[in-house]
Design a protein around this ligand. Structure first.
Ligand code: ADP
Ligand code: MG
Length: 398
């Protein structure tokens, strides 16, 4: 409200400039002088109060309803847009300064989400700002479920037809991302959202990266252990879209087996259980393995058999082929999202269910202690607080 100015200029020059002097603590940001420094000349210039946030709205325009997720870096809230009455999810972006004083990860998450437009990628509606310029929130369409809490709470597991419906959507989202040179790098069930219309949305681009040709080395410590590909576990410096495909294989296996497929306790144990399931990799099937830095320090456990067929004894040949294709040790040979979408597995019985026919589930994340679940029903509840609380809460957790 206070800093919202629909008509404020957003020229390209502004984006060149680096914001300095933001007032971090005061509840009246305009009282302290905020200036932009021209990157070319270094000259400061004042910004009119109405222009400080550009077109972005203040989080105080959103009414906090309840927490839906507590991820790695902060809390995600279900909230109501008081202007439109629509439900949204609000996620505070990490703005810790990393490289050259710039919050690289946060900016990356924002810019990648802003550039995406696909029905299987969570839609970013807008960015909202708190009282200071480094309190930045992603305002996303609210999705009723995430697959992790759904799998934990559902009475009967997904049928194979439902699993196929979910995976087809995951592969479509991944094909879109990979075609756009985006590697997600943290694909797992808690980062897959599901709407009441049966639509799967890939979310959480906090670790996502753009990659280009030639591939540049990336930090190896990405992707939650259970979904981490062998090349990452073995410290390969180049990371391709294939790391997301490995994670997708783990998710398919988890949905079919009704429990996490490769729940390692440590990096070494993760490699061991991968080998227990798929056999020991060697230079014949994965030529680059000999150059991977980690193998200079230790040798891999010897286990000659691929046990996927034993593990999924009831699965069709096409299903096993797809799993094996996703679990190719050599990232170059691993299935691409497009290849997965062509798989016979999705063209044979039991056929994938139409997304519109997916059941809807109770919203476990919105029920429970401390949640203002009734907030929406009773209009302006005493229990629901402004997002100022949320801001303070997220700051104090750090
Ligand atoms: P983190 O980087 O902290 O893991 P996420 O983006 O994965 O952040 O969000 C954490 C959790 O918040 C998710 O697992 C999910 O439960 C919930 N969440 C995130 N975005 C939304 C959304 N758009 N709609 C509903 N819930 C969401
Ligand atoms: Mg997450």
């Amino acid at each position: 409200m206070q800093n919202y100015n629909k008509d404020s200029p957003q020229g390209s020059k502004r984006s060149l400039d680096f914001v300095k002097g933001a007032n971090l603590e005061s509840s009246e940001p305009s009282k302290k002088k905020t200036a932009l420094f021209n990157l070319r000349t270094g000259e400061p210039f004042d910004i009119k109060e109405n222009d400080i946030h550009g077109r972005t709205r203040s989080v105080s325009e959103f009414e906090k309803l309840n927490r839906v997720g507590e991820g790695t870096y902060g809390i995600v809230y279900r909230a109501r847009d008081t202007k439109t009455n629509e439900l949204v999810a609000l996620k505070r972006v990490r703005m810790e300064k990393e490289k050259d004083g710039l919050p690289v990860s946060g900016l990356r998450e924002i810019s990648i989400l802003m550039s995406c437009n696909h029905e299987n990628v969570v839609p970013l509606r807008e960015i909202a700002v708190g009282k200071s310029l480094d309190n930045i929130f992603l305002v996303m369409a609210f999705c009723e479920q995430d697959l992790a809490s759904l799998l934990d709470n559902m009475q009967t597991p997904f049928t194979e037809s439902q699993v196929k419906c979910i995976m087809l959507q995951v592969f479509r989202g991944l094909r879109y991302l990979h075609d756009s040179y985006i590697v997600h790098r943290d694909l797992k069930v808690s980062n897959l959202l599901l709407t009441d219309k049966g639509c799967v949305k890939i979310a959480d681009f906090g670790l996502a990266r753009l990659y280009g040709i030639p591939l540049k080395p990336m930090t190896p410590k990405v992707v939650t252990l259970w979904y981490r590909s062998p090349e990452l576990l073995l410290n390969s410096k180049t990371q391709t879209t294939a790391i997301d495909m490995w994670s997708a294989g783990c998710i398919l296996g988890e949905l079919l087996a009704h429990k996490p497929l490769l729940p390692g306790r440590s990096e070494i144990n993760q490699l061991e259980i991968i080998i227990d399931l798929l056999g020991t990799p060697n230079a014949q099937i994965w030529p680059e393995i000999e150059d991977l830095p980690a193998l200079k320090d230790f040798t891999l456990k010897i286990q000659p058999y691929n046990n996927l067929k034993q593990k999924f004894s009831w699965l069709s040949q096409a299903g096993l082929r797809l799993l094996n294709f996703l679990f190719m040790y050599d990232p170059h040979k691993r299935a691409t999202a497009d290849e997965c979408l062509q798989s016979t597995y999705f063209k044979e019985a039991p056929f994938p269910i139409d997304a519109k026919l997916m059941p809807s589930f109770p919203q476990h994340r919105n029920i429970g202690k401390g949640n203002n679940e009734k907030a929406l029903e009773i209009g302006n509840p005493a229990g629901s607080s402004s997002l100022t609380d949320m801001l303070q809460f997220s700051i104090s957790r750090k």
